[in-house]
Design a protein around this ligand. Structure first.
Ligand SMILES: Cc1cc2nc3c(=O)[nH]c(=O)nc-3n(C[C@H](O)[C@H](O)[C@H](O)COP(=O)(O)OP(=O)(O)OC[C@H]3O[C@@H](n4cnc5c(N)ncnc54)[C@H](O)[C@@H]3O)c2cc1C
Length: 431
């Protein structure tokens, strides 16, 4: 059965920080309107409204902001923190060793209320983002009686139809919408290994990967872990392993293989941001006790061999053996992705074309409207064209781009509503 849901004016696909923040900005614009607000559906695969991947459940409670809170988050959040001092009390995190450690390291500054240089737990920012989201939904429903729907589901395709677009969801339901905003986060990599967690292979840390690693380590005596890539995710994995009781003693070695051969989290000449000092401390401790080694190389394949896994490297004759392999190589490409939605959009005939970097879609650089797909806009990491630049996807940048995009979406909705009203009111419209 393919139930057709009642259509909406605006569909926001993905309600992490980007989709949710756009909604918050739109609600602010409604304050100056005399017309009733448009109907909106926010559809999110995880149901992580406001938080998304970095500030919600896919990230561990011990994960920290990559950059100091004073530099990387908006002033409204700093005000919110002052109004919610309980968020920074040690008791909040007593049962999470990584957070207890974080509190101990930052105790002096936290007591003074000085957050300069401090990397806060990402879930603390998530609590703020979620509250902003809920406040906007409550305001829209309470003040204007707006039809705002929060739907937990995955959009897998978009089809153009007479009055706009029809979204198809993974459960078969269909949702018509006049305007669509794609706020789906980073492009997920396609798993080409044919392996899964039962083989010891962890493809995506932020799609159940931490739980898979827990189960794999706990089920073995002495694991040899190989991590592919030394980026921020690899650093976060090491931090997790050093702060989860019972895991580290079951790990024999952790070998990190990457192009740079660097210790995860260290700044590198390519300009990657260094990880929080708490992460660096974890990695250095692992190195000191001889559990962590790094190697420069390019992995060309991972395969199952009897009881374990084997990695082939481009410039080495001898393969590397492992019990657990964790892929931390970053985002996928528009035409090489595990996202059913992107695969269908790019592989379909609806006009969606990857841009030359394959990191995003061809679109208007000012309005973020997708070329060839009228009334479809984009926000979030899909706007990022540079491998390492984070200018469009950091927290501050998400806030900035949401404020920039909201008026375009708002105007488009008004224009389409005006056109529909004219069509309904015009002579002959009822024939
Ligand atoms: C692990 C991690 C840590 C980060 N840490 C920081 C940091 O410390 N500081 C910083 O400034 N930036 C950080 N970032 C950058 C981050 O990208 C932005 O800060 C911001 O969170 C991006 O939000 P988003 O909503 O665009 O993406 P996401 O948070 O990824 O949200 C996208 C949402 O879309 C949903 N979705 C995806 N596809 C579909 C679909 N087809 N149908 C329905 N729903 C769908 C997902 O479930 C998800 O909830 C981090 C990013 C990651 C991945």
């Amino acid at each position: 059965m393919n139930p057709a849901l009642e259509g909406v004016d605006l569909l926001i696909v993905g309600a992490g920080l980007s989709g949710s923040r756009l909604f918050v900005e739109l609600v602010t614009l409604w304050e100056t309107e005399t017309d009733p607000p448009p109907s909106v559906a926010l559809v999110d695969r995880l149901g992580a409204f406001g938080r998304g991947v970095p500030y919600g459940m896919p990230s561990r409670p011990g994960s920290l902001l990559i950059e100091p809170v004073t530099e990387s988050t908006p002033p409204e959040f700093h005000t919110w923190l002052r109004e919610h001092p309980e968020q920074l009390l040690p008791g909040v995190a007593a049962d999470v060793p990584a957070l207890a450690d974080w509190h101990a390291r930052n105790a002096a500054q936290l007591t003074r209320g000085d957050l300069t240089g401090v990397r806060l737990p990402r879930h603390t920012f998530g609590a703020y983002a979620e509250q902003q989201h809920s406040n906007a939904v409550a305001l829209a429903r309470g003040r204007w009686g707006a039809d705002v729907r929060e739907v937990v589901g995955e959009v897998v395709d978009l089809r153009g139809e007479d009055s706009g677009w029809q979204a198809r969801c993974a459960d078969g339901s269909r949702l018509p919408a006049r305007v669509v905003v794609l706020a789906i986060g980073s492009v997920p990599r396609l798993n080409r290994t044919g392996l899964d967690p039962a083989d010891g292979y962890v493809h995506d840390l932020y799609d159940g990967g931490f739980e898979q690693i827990d189960a794999l380590i706990t089920g073995r005596r002495r694991s040899r872990i190989v991590v592919i890539g030394s980026n921020a995710a690899a650093a976060e994995l090491l931090h997790y392993l050093t702060h989860t009781p019972g895991l580290l003693e079951r790990v024999a070695t952790i070998e990190v293989i990457s192009g740079s051969g660097r210790l995860p989290g260290r700044p590198d000449p390519a300009g990657l941001r260094p990880s929080p000092r708490e992460y660096m401390a974890g990695a250095e401790r692992l190195e000191e006790i001889g559990k962590l080694v790094t190697r420069s190389g390019r992995v060309t394949g991972v395969a199952r061999t009897g009881p374990g896994l084997q990695l082939r490297l481009a410039s080495a004759d001898t393969p590397v053996d492992a019990d657990i392999v964790v892929d931390c190589t970053g985002a996928g490409r528009m035409d090489d992705t595990a996202s059913s939605l992107l695969a269908n959009l790019v592989g379909g005939t609806q006009g969606f074309t990857p841009d030359p970097t394959r990191r995003g879609l061809r679109m208007d650089p000012v309005t973020f409207e997708v070329e060839g797909a009228p009334h479809v806009f984009v926000i979030g990491p899909l706007l990022n064209r540079d491998a390492i630049a984070t200018h469009v996807e950091s927290i501050n940048a998400v806030h900035r781009t949401a404020a920039h995009l909201a008026p375009y979406v708002h105007q488009r909705l008004r224009k389409l509503r005006g056109a529909a009203a004219t069509a309904i009111g015009s002579p002959g419209a009822h024939h």
